[in-house]
Design a protein around this ligand. Structure first.
Ligand SMILES: *[C@@H]1O[C@H](CO)[C@@H](O)[C@H](O)[C@H]1NC(C)=O
Ligand SMILES: *[C@@H]1O[C@H](CO)[C@@H](O)[C@H](O)[C@H]1NC(C)=O
Ligand SMILES: *[C@@H]1O[C@H](CO)[C@@H](O)[C@H](O)[C@H]1NC(C)=O
Ligand SMILES: *[C@@H]1O[C@H](CO)[C@@H](O)[C@H](O)[C@H]1NC(C)=O
Ligand SMILES: *[C@@H]1O[C@H](CO)[C@@H](O)[C@H](O)[C@H]1NC(C)=O
Ligand SMILES: *[C@@H]1O[C@H](CO)[C@@H](O)[C@H](O)[C@H]1NC(C)=O
Length: 202
């Protein structure tokens, strides 16, 4: 299944890719830079789009930013605690987010665009731990686009260490707990290694 929300992103990336391959390129190896003649790449066209699949949906609970006035060389630094919530994976497994993480994202003063930069943890009933790092910019229509790196020592979920995960985030309004829940839908390539294609050697 190709997810419509990402079709335009991939179309844009593919367009960029074909633009850059259509121009004179400096192709670099480790030692030398060589110029490739433009004609050699003149007829590159967009490749077929990759197949994606749903990876998980996370509900991430965040109180207000604790660092409203911090300006750093990286921009306006935020400190938004991540205090709870949950992750439901495509396999039906349920993970509880620990009161441990935060978003140390920044706002670029040249564009006003916020880019998230989070680290947080979740655990399941089997005692597995899942460490998540997400990054990604705010979008013109609201919400954010994210890329995620996942880490776990769980044998069952070891394949998560190898997925290329990306998705969308929408913020819900602050609720009666004074928390804004971030609703995150994550996807990955349908042919990423998975539980049936990763075999631990020990
Ligand atoms: C780099 O260029 C030099 C000079 O043309 C050549 O002798 C050398 O083999 C090149 N190295 C590589 C890795 O292509
Ligand atoms: C690109 O396509 C055009 C039209 O088919 C053809 O005339 C030209 O030789 C092609 N160029 C290259 C570098 O393949
Ligand atoms: C942040 O800066 C604004 C404007 O200078 C000020 O009104 C506000 O009190 C500051 N907030 C904190 C938490 O320092
Ligand atoms: C998951 O977290 C969200 C946000 O806190 C909450 O609304 C929802 O009830 C939780 N789901 C379960 C099954 O606990
Ligand atoms: C909710 O959070 C805001 C911002 O941190 C704070 O000013 C306010 O007192 C909080 N309200 C409650 C009911 O905790
Ligand atoms: C695991 O990956 C293999 C190879 O890409 C694929 O054939 C299989 O359907 C995948 N299984 C699941 C559960 O996604």
């Amino acid at each position: 299944m190709l997810l419509p929300a990402f079709a335009s992103t991939f179309a844009a990336l593919s367009a960029l890719a074909s633009l850059s391959t259509a121009s004179p390129l400096a192709a670099r190896n480790n030692d030398n830079a060589t110029t490739v003649e433009p004609s050699a790449n003149a007829n590159v066209t967009a490749p077929p789009l990759p197949e994606l699949k749903w990876l998980y949906t996370a509900m991430v609970d965040c109180p207000a930013d604790l660092l409203p006035n911090v300006t750093s060389p990286a921009g306006r630094r935020k400190g938004i605690p991540i205090v709870g919530g949950n992750v439901t994976m495509a396999d039906g497994s349920f993970w509880t987010i620990r009161d441990l993480g935060a978003d140390w994202g920044t706002v670029d003063p040249r564009t006003g665009i916020f880019t998230a930069d989070t680290r947080y943890n979740a655990y399941n009933d089997e005692g597995d731990d899942l460490y998540m790092q997400t990054m990604g910019p705010g979008q013109a229509g609201g919400g954010l686009h994210l890329r995620a790196t996942l880490e776990t020592g769980s044998s069952k979920y070891y394949w998560l260490n190898h997925v290329i995960a990306f998705g969308t985030l929408q913020s819900l309004p602050f609720d009666d707990r004074n928390l804004s829940t971030k609703v995150i839908h994550m996807y990955n390539f349908a042919d990423d290694r998975n539980a049936s294609t990763i075999h631990l050697l020990d």
